[in-house]
Write a protein that binds this ligand. Sequence first.
Ligand code: DC
Length: 223
Amino acid sequence: MAFNIAIDGPAGAGKSTIAKKVAKELSYIYVDTGAMYRAMALFFLREGIAAEDETAIIQACDRINVTLSNENAEQQVFLNGENVNGWIRTEEVGTMASRISIYGKVREKLTQLQREMACTTDLIMDGRDIGTCVLPKAQIKIYLTASVETRGKRRFLELQAKGEDCELEKICEDIRKRDEQDMNREISPLRQAEDAVLIDSSCLTIEEVVEKILELVRRCSSH
Ligand code: DC
């Protein structure tokens, strides 16, 4: 049976940075499920389909094929055969991904693909519903969080380093809005699984969080 590590948590908690490092240490595949929701969001944006238009979204789902591949240890996301890695990291796509992730048809499509991958491959998968819904039997589950202020400040510094114009208060406001959306949707809302280990990264370095997870893996493997 494949060994699966599930990491859930709110936007900006550092899931992908940490999951990538843990995956490298263990030589596991890293699966970023947010990127899959972002690829679907990009399709709807390009087609001019509004997030509220449930009928159009459900109909369009049958025309969307999202696949992943791993190249040079980096996940590549394909939307109907096109590599869209370069298109999915904007705020616009992130917000749209959160808005369309409320629909059952969207979630079913991606959940199925995620489960198929986890069945045969040792992997670390991050998202919002991995421990609670996608991989309820994952050997290790982590709920990684941090305060809104910490997440906002990290994002602010990231954007500043890229030379982008930004305002800390506005970033914190966007984070609060995204939390609210992801935690309060009807289907598979973001929440900590009962058997998940809670890690608050507000006062921890990336290395400290990675070490905590590796320690959990070592303990689990020695049983
Ligand atoms: O992790 P991210 O910011 O790339 O995710 C974008 C959005 O996709 C997130 O706000 C909610 C949705 N999402 C989800 O509903 N379930 C997942 N497993 C991953 C992401």
